[in-house]
Design a protein around this ligand. Structure first.
Ligand SMILES: NC(=O)c1ccc[n+]([C@@H]2O[C@H](COP(=O)([O-])OP(=O)(O)OC[C@H]3O[C@@H](n4cnc5c(N)ncnc54)[C@H](OP(=O)(O)O)[C@@H]3O)[C@@H](O)[C@H]2O)c1
Length: 361
């Protein structure tokens, strides 16, 4: 066994000993205090483990507790990035549920396929609007259009779903400052720009703000710094907004999808190939020399295979966004992701950095 693996194994053993000690001393004492209060018999370590395990299973396996749904009739929703992926599917889904959908499309004016498909609904509840979230002018024009086309402008706009997004990859030393700015321009500033523009309408409706972040808004990874920076920003913005909106009756939710790369157009093999060519050709010669082409190619290959990985069915994401829009008590955070990603997010956000770093990097 390599020395690092021995160290990892030792760390896991120490961590287990720590947990056992916690369960052996702390938890029984705590449970005993609670059971004494209730007049029940004292608990043992075994009972504590069973209680913990049962709570974990219940938390993971229990279907969502029904929390009531709002009346959909007469309510309108703005979704950004409806040309493809989650946004496109969500526009159709919320329209089917009875919402009036303002579907923001980047390529409506350029006759984009996604926008055309939504226009072909020929429904007065499916309104396709030109919307580049990076353009102040287009955002303002879209908001004016929404105001003029709400069934009842006094009731405001029920929800905005900030879904438009872009992705990229590359190690920090290969990534230009412009790339960091371009990704955040859409994912972060676009979200803030659109939210600020529609908030007066949302406040009037005591409605919902739903922001698409990512599991990479909660944890970092190699090669993903421009994307992570933008999505951590979305998380921070959404948290602050949630606190401020409480007094207005507006609920703010964050949706953190895991890996659905294979199901949407966010990062394709073609994009990976084009990005790799750009990264290598623009990298400073010293960086190329130090890292080496073999190392670079290995990372590109891992991104290429990542493109065809992940969940192909987007319904968990659609279900969670819909819950955030229609539930009377929406959650603060939704985590539509595979169990191994969910565990990784928990480990990386709840354990000491030293432990999660050793487990995953
Ligand atoms: N798929 C995943 O695994 C995953 C995981 C976590 C989070 N997310 C997040 O989910 C959201 C939706 O992504 P997706 O996976 O559905 O990808 P997608 O299929 O690429 O959809 C994103 C949409 O946003 C549009 N867009 C890009 N720049 C825009 C701009 N400046 N203004 C308005 N629209 C713009 C894109 O248009 P073009 O295609 O024309 O560029 C595209 O239609 C994103 O915020 C993404 O970060 C996705």
């Amino acid at each position: 066994m390599a020395p690092l693996s021995t160290f990892r194994a030792a760390l896991m053993v120490s961590f287990s000993v720590f947990l056992t000690a916690l369960l052996g001393f702390g938890l029984p004492a705590l449970l005993n205090a609670a059971t004494r209060l209730l007049g029940l018999p004292e608990t043992s370590v075994t009972e504590c483990i069973v209680v913990l395990y049962a709570a974990f299973v219940l938390y993971v396996a229990t279907p969502r507790i029904p929390r009531g749904v709002v009346e959909v009739k007469g309510k309108a929703v703005l979704i950004t990035g409806c040309d493809s992926g989650f946004g496109h599917a969500l526009a159709k889904h919320l329209h089917k549920l009875g919402f009036t959908v303002f579907a923001g499309c980047l390529l409506k004016d350029k006759n984009g396929e996604g926008a055309k498909e939504l226009e072909e609904f020929h429904s007065d509840r499916m309104k396709v609007v030109q919307l580049d979230v990076c353009s102040e002018e287009q955002v303002n024009t879209a908001v004016e259009y929404i105001k003029g086309n709400l069934q009842d402008s006094e009731r405001g706009l029920w929800a905005v779903v900030n879904n438009a997004g872009v992705s990229t990859f590359g190690e920090v030393e290969f990534t230009s400052l412009d790339t960091y700015k371009q990704v955040s321009e859409v994912n972060l500033w676009g979200t803030i720009r659109v939210t600020k523009a529609v908030l007066p309408l949302i406040r009037r409706a005591k409605g919902r703000v739903v922001n698409l972040a990512s599991m990479y808004g909660r944890m970092g990874n190699v090669l993903r710094s421009p994307y992570c920076v933008s999505k951590y920003g979305v998380e921070a913005f959404s948290d602050c907004l949630r606190y401020e909106m409480k007094t207005w009756g507006v609920k703010v939710s964050i949706v953190e999808p895991g890996n659905f790369i294979a199901a949407t157009g966010i990062l394709t093999r073609d994009v990976v190939a084009a990005t790799a060519t750009k990264l290598w050709s623009e990298a400073p010669s010293g960086v190329k020399e130090d890292y080496g082409k073999a190392h670079f190619d290995r990372h590109v290959a891992s991104m290429r295979s990542y493109c065809s990985s992940g969940q192909k069915d987007v319904s968990p994401v659609l279900g969670d966004i819909t819950d955030a829009v229609v539930s009377k008590r929406p959650y603060t955070r939704y985590n539509p992701m595979e169990p191994h990603w969910w565990i990784r997010v928990q480990v990386m956000t709840h354990l000491l950095g030293a432990i999660s770093d050793l487990l995953y990097f």
